[in-house]
Structures are given as structure tokens and as C-alpha cells.
Design a protein around this ligand. Structure first.
Ligand code: C2E
Ligand code: MG
Ligand code: MG
Length: 383
């Protein structure tokens, strides 16, 4: 029975690791998983490791059936990162072993990192994931709206930006929680919530008779979300349920996610475009899009990344990139918006270069809905 169990554990373990990983049995009931394709950034690598660890834990937690018996086993996992901690195979294994014994001391079914600092980062991340799981139901998420202006300083729309007000820790930065949401898959339900809330808000404004003032809301779409097979259905359904005109929704995609599976991407975008939704590429200029490729996508708008806008006043190359992007959009027949506009100088340069839409702290920060509405009133009845 022991041999049978070891075999089944091995099978489950091999089933949970990725194709590029190696799973092996060292002897007895000890296994090793070697993951060589992790992110360069140690923090990202740590996150990826943790995801595999969680998958292994839940695979092993399911009961085993051997000779008509149901067996439950626990697993203690020790983790080390290389080459950060060492690049000598023996040392790496020894570190993992030490970490595993630490895990055993902690009780059953736990994992430990070799370095205490990593353990801390890992448990903070886990905590965040658990808190985030509850955040939607507890109403801790909200949308802020950052106004977008046209060349004649008219407010023409807004971008919805997600905010998380943690009950104990206060506002959690997007830079911290969005990667966790993305990696854990929570971004799918969060993204759906964002989409639904944004559409509801548009409908509400429409019912209050201010539909015309906010032409359009831009909604950020995460790569994982867009990759979902039922993305088109999900978006169409939410828009239909909300009762708004789909042409008031603009989806912001990033270059990376478009490059991955071009035919499927074009197909999804075309379907959504046929009901009136428009598309912008966010953070444009930071990815690797080629011109020929851009031409194939049914795009409406490019959003110049704020890093280039920031460089405008710093010297020639920064402003040259901005000018190039703008003239490219004109040639391709696309709209263009600059994000992260902070100064009058940047705005003047952008206007002068032929950019027609703007968003940034120079005008407003992302605002909670009540403040955004105040801003709307003022833009219609300027003081
Ligand atoms: P993004 O979509 O590129 O959003 C623009 C970010 O720039 C926002 O940061 C905004 O607050 C900030 N920003 C706007 N104007 C200025 C400016 O003048 N100066 C500077 N320095 N920053 C400015 P935020 O809200 O922290 O969001 C960060 C990122 O998180 C977003 O980048 C987006 O990628 C992601 N994100 C935000 N909301 C959502 C969401 O609902 N879903 C998804 N998937 N991602 C989201
Ligand atoms: Mg955006
Ligand atoms: Mg951006």
C-alpha cells in the first residue's frame, strides 16, 4: 500500500508542475520539484513558486484510494530560490531540505522558505490573497474616475480605476494588489465586478440626464481576463443587462496581451467591435508592437504611456518618441490620448504635436464618484 501511495503522489505531483519543470523522487517519501523558468525579479519568482506550491498542496489534499481504502496524507514543503541563495546543486538541495524541516516543525501541510525574508513576503502575499478574496463581498472595492479632456478642454469621458480600501490597512496600492489578483486568478471575478460597476454607473448617469456629458468610460482589461474563452460573452452580457449603449464602453488592452494569440485576439476584438465597443492600447510604447501588426488589429485609439509624457520636458529623445507616436496614429487613422499629463508644458507640447485627448494630474487625479460628479457640474457650468 505504501508503494501504491508513493506512486499516486508522484502522479499528482507530476500533474501539477508545468511542462518546463522537473518533478522527481529523491527516495522514501521525499520528492523534489525543480522550476527553472521563473521570473527574473525575485518577488515575481516568489509569487510564481507560491502558486505552484498551492496547487501541489491542494492536489495532495484530495484523498487517495488504494486497495479500497481511502487515505489522507499531508505534505511539508521546503523552498529555496537559486541562484539567489546559491548556485551549487548540493547547497540548493540542502537549503530546500532545511526549509522542509522548518515546515515540519510548523505542523502538517505547510510550506517554508529557506530565507526568513522570503517566508515573510510569502505569507504577506497569501494574507493579501485571502483578504482580496473577501474584498468584493465586503464591498471594499470601488472605482475612481479620472476625467479625460479633449483639445478644447471639454470633459469627454473618464477612465475607471480600481481602488481597494482594506478594513485594517487602509488604501492598498494597485501596484501591490493587482499582480496578486492577476496571479491568483481573482482578477477574473474582480474584472467582472469592475465591468458591471462601470456599466451600472454609466446607466445611472444616463437616468440622471447627464448621459451626454460622459460620452465614454474606459475600462482596463487584464490579460487573464481577455484570454478567457467567454470574454466576449461576458462583456456583451454585462452591457446588455445594464441597458447602456455599447459605444459608450472603451476597453483598454495592453500590447503584451495582444501579441500572444493574434488570430484569436482579432476575432474577439472584431466581435466586440461589431456591437459598438471601442478599443485602446494602454501604456503604448512600452511593449513590442510592430507597425504591420498594429495595422491588422481593429483598434480605435493608442494611449501614450506616461513615461514618455514625463520625458517631454527632459530633452529631445523623450519628445521625439511622443511626436513619432502621434504622427503614427494619424497615419494609421487612430485616435490618440496622452496619459500622465502633469504640467502645462507637457500639455502645450502634446497639443502642438497633434494629440487631441488628455488625462492626468494636470487636470484631475482619479476621483471618487461624488467628486467626479462635482467636477462634471463645474465643467458644464464653469465658475
Ligand atoms: P493604467 O491603466 O495605465 O492607469 C493609469 C495610472 O496612472 C493610474 O494609476 C492613474 O492614477 C495614474 N495617473 C493618472 N494620471 C497621472 C499623472 O498625471 N501622473 C502620474 N504619475 N500618474 C497618473 P493607478 O490607478 O494606480 O493604476 C495603476 C494600474 O493598475 C493601471 O494603469 C492599470 O494597469 C491597473 N488597473 C487599475 N484599475 C484596474 C482595473 O479595474 N482592472 C485592471 N485589470 N487593471 C487596473
Ligand atoms: Mg488604463
Ligand atoms: Mg496606462
Amino acid at each position: 500500500m505504501g508503494d501504491g501511495l508513493v506512486k499516486q503522489v508522484a502522479e499528482r505531483l507530476a500533474g501539477e508542475v508545468r511542462a518546463e519543470d522537473t518533478a522527481a523522487r529523491l527516495g522514501g517519501d521525499e520528492f523534489v520539484v525543480l522550476m527553472t523558468e521563473l521570473a527574473e525579479d525575485p518577488e515575481m519568482a516568489l509569487m510564481e513558486t507560491q502558486i505552484v506550491v498551492q496547487k501541489i498542496q491542494s492536489a495532495i489534499a484530495r484523498p487517495f484510494h488504494i486497495d479500497g481504502n481511502e487515505l489522507h496524507v499531508s505534505i511539508s514543503i521546503g523552498i529555496t530560490l537559486f541562484p539567489e541563495n546559491s548556485d551549487v546543486a548540493d547547497d540548493v538541495l540542502k537549503q530546500a531540505d532545511i526549509a522542509m524541516y522548518k515546515a515540519k516543525e510548523q505542523g502538517r501541510d505547510t510550506f517554508q522558505f529557506y530565507l526568513p525574508s522570503m517566508q515573510l513576503a510569502a505569507s504577506e502575499r497569501l494574507q493579501m490573497e485571502n483578504d482580496l478574496r473577501k474584498a468584493i463581498h465586503n464591498g471594499e472595492l470601488s472605482l475612481h474616475y479620472q476625467p479625460q479632456f479633449s483639445i478644447d478642454d471639454r470633459l469627454m469621458g473618464a477612465e475607471c480605476l480600481l481602488r481597494w480600501l482594506h478594513p485594517e490597512e487602509g488604501m492598498i496600492s494597485q501596484a501591490r494588489f493587482i499582480p496578486v489578483a492577476e496571479d491568483s486568478g481573482l482578477i477574473l471575478s474582480i474584472g467582472e465586478w469592475v465591468m458591471r460597476s462601470a456599466c451600472k454607473q454609466l446607466r445611472m448617469w444616463e437616468l440622471e440626464g447627464r448621459g451626454g456629458e460622459i460620452n465614454r468610460l474606459a475600462i482596463n482589461v487584464s490579460p487573464k481576463q481577455f484570454k478567457q474563452r467567454d470574454f466576449v460573452v461576458m462583456v456583451s452580457r454585462i452591457i446588455e443587462e445594464s441597458g447602456i449603449d455599447p459605444s459608450r464602453v472603451e476597453l483598454e488592452l495592453t500590447e503584451g496581451m495582444l501579441l500572444e494569440n493574434v488570430e484569436e485576439t482579432i476575432d474577439k476584438m472584431t466581435q466586440l467591435k461589431s456591437i459598438g465597443i471601442s478599443f485602446a492600447i494602454d501604456d503604448f510604447g512600452t511593449g513590442y508592437s510592430s507597425l504591420s501588426y498594429l495595422k491588422r488589429l481593429p483598434l480605435d485609439k493608442l494611449k501614450i504611456d506616461q513615461s514618455f509624457v514625463r520625458d517631454i520636458e527632459k530633452g529631445d529623445s523623450g519628445s521625439a518618441i511622443v511626436e513619432t507616436i502621434i504622427s503614427m496614429t494619424h497615419h494609421l487613422g487612430l485616435e490618440v490620448i496622452a496619459e500622465g499629463v502633469e504640467t502645462r508644458g507637457q500639455l502645450d507640447f502634446l497639443k502642438h504635436s497633434g494629440c487631441h485627448h488628455f488625462q492626468g494630474y494636470y487636470f484631475n487625479r482619479p476621483l471618487p464618484v461624488d467628486e467626479f460628479e462635482k467636477e462634471l457640474n463645474e465643467s458644464i457650468n464653469p465658475v
